[in-house]
Design a protein around this ligand. Structure first.
Ligand SMILES: C[S@@+](CC[C@H](N)C(=O)[O-])C[C@H]1O[C@@H](n2cnc3c(N)ncnc32)[C@H](O)[C@@H]1O
Length: 413
């Protein structure tokens, strides 16, 4: 990557230290106990967090403003740190809480035997379906998300979990939640719109939940004791992060990429099943609180974006060529949103705090959007000195052109 021709005047030092490419993706976590409980394709590797913690051993207060499924919080807890996080999607925030706080409580209360015995009930198929007026059933009636009877069995399974003791309940509910999409007619990509065709058939729900429960029991038994810190949710929308006390020493995060991932809608089955939203229509509220990283986030209900000249240059080119006016609107809104996050995070950081930010660039209608450079420029306006931009791996755009994933390294001034 050429970081010598930046689009802005922010103080940037180039660094060509290449971090192993696997650190930028979730893949390794699929083999790690507890991290594997919710395979979150948009997540990064726990090893990225571990390497940052190793690099800054003096850091005590850690923050991830885009907590996602809790990779940062869990990796920090495994190294004995508490971690503040914010996350706009209540389901993902709950996943992080379960993987850290509930898993720790489960480990200290010998929960694995109970998880294994619930698994046996699921294998026997002794789960009565619940065919009530539940939002999941309503949504399924309209949209056929599941094969016949599966939604009712999922609700029956959740009801069974509710009878468990508190130390086990949320782990069991997560086993059900993570089984919903593999047992549905849907494929989870950046959104949850595509139906299976040519992909494997939906997995049978109850054996899948049983397998998850046995895996969870195994992980609690073998790795539960390694969790020695807490995940502390301090907010929902990172733009509105409250001022934290004590101030933060180290921020490790990966914000939404400008690639249209619809972070709330692609978890709508879990949000509905677990009662986080009463109706699909409530996704709109979450969409407005989400960083504008997709054209679906663009709405007249949003505040006007703050204008930044370097962003305008790219957005104006897109005004000319984009097939949808929401594309340049999204570019303007994304960097304006992220600038607000940079300001909020800065308010909660002590001077000289380090911010490691994983991000990738994008391309729309043939126009390259150097997201990393523009983000670095926005952060520099809010009190961050950009120390370096380090390549993590190369990626491909939808049109086949080469894109990058990088780690921006910043220091609070
Ligand atoms: C790339 S993912 C983070 C993944 C995380 N590092 C992990 O490994 O699980 C970005 C996250 O930002 C969240 N998000 C989007 N807008 C947000 C906002 N305004 N405030 C807080 N979180 C937000 C999304 O819901 C998503 O979970």
């Amino acid at each position: 990557m050429n970081t010598t021709q930046l689009l802005f005047d922010a103080p940037v030092a180039t660094s060509h230290k290449t971090i192993a490419r696997r650190l930028g993706v979730f893949d390794d976590n699929r083999r790690k106990p507890i991290h594997r409980w919710y395979p979150f394709v948009e997540g990064y590797s726990a090893d990225l967090v571990a390497s940052a913690l190793g690099e800054f051993p003096e850091a005590q207060v850690i923050l991830d403003p885009f907590g996602g499924s809790g990779t940062t919080a869990l990796a920090a807890a495994e190294h004995g740190y508490d971690c503040y996080f914010s996350e706009v999607n209540p389901y993902l925030a709950w996943v992080a809480d379960v993987k850290v706080n509930k898993a720790r409580a489960a480990a200290s209360s010998n929960a694995s035997a109970e998880l294994t015995s619930i698994a046996t009930a699921f294998v026997r198929g002794s789960v009565p379906p619940v065919d009530s007026e539940h939002p999941l059933i309503e949504a399924d009636r309209r949209r056929r998300f599941f094969p016949d009877g599966v939604a009712a069995h999922a609700l029956g399974a959740l009801q069974l979990c509710d009878d468990c003791r508190p130390e086990v309940r949320d782990l069991a509910r997560l086993a059900v939640a993570t089984s919903l999409i593999p047992a549905s007619n849907m494929i989870r990509r950046t959104d949850l719109r595509k139906r299976r065709s040519g992909d494997p058939d939906p997995a049978p729900l109850l054996p899948l939940i049983a397998k998850q429960l046995r895996d969870f029991a195994h992980d609690i038994e073998t790795a539960g004791h390694t969790i020695d810190g807490q995940a502390v949710r301090v907010g929902s929308d990172a733009r509105l992060l409250p001022e934290l006390n004590p101030l933060v020493d180290l921020i490790i995060t990966s914000p939404p990429y400008l690639n249209g991932t619809n972070y709330c809608r692609n978890t709508k089955l879990e949000l509905l099943a677990l009662g986080f939203i009463p109706d699909e229509r409530n996704l709109m509220d979450l969409r407005l609180a989400t960083i504008a990283a997709g054209i679906n986030n663009i709405s007249k209900k949003r505040e006007d974006p703050t204008v930044m000249p370097a962003v305008e240059e790219i957005a104006c080119r897109l005004d000319e060529v984009a097939y949808d006016p929401r594309i340049p609107a999204m570019i303007r809104m994304y960097f304006s949103d992220m600038r607000q996050v940079a300001a909020a995070v800065r308010r909660s950081s002590r001077p000289a705090a380090t911010w490691l930010l994983d991000i990738g660039d994008s391309r729309f209608c043939g126009v390259h959007v150097p997201t990393h450079e523009l983000l670095a420029a926005a952060a520099a306006l809010e009190g961050w000195f950009v120390e370096g931009i380090e390549p993590l791996r190369s990626r491909r755009s939808y049109d086949g052109s080469e894109l990058a994933q990088v780690l921006i390294r910043m220091r609070a001034v």
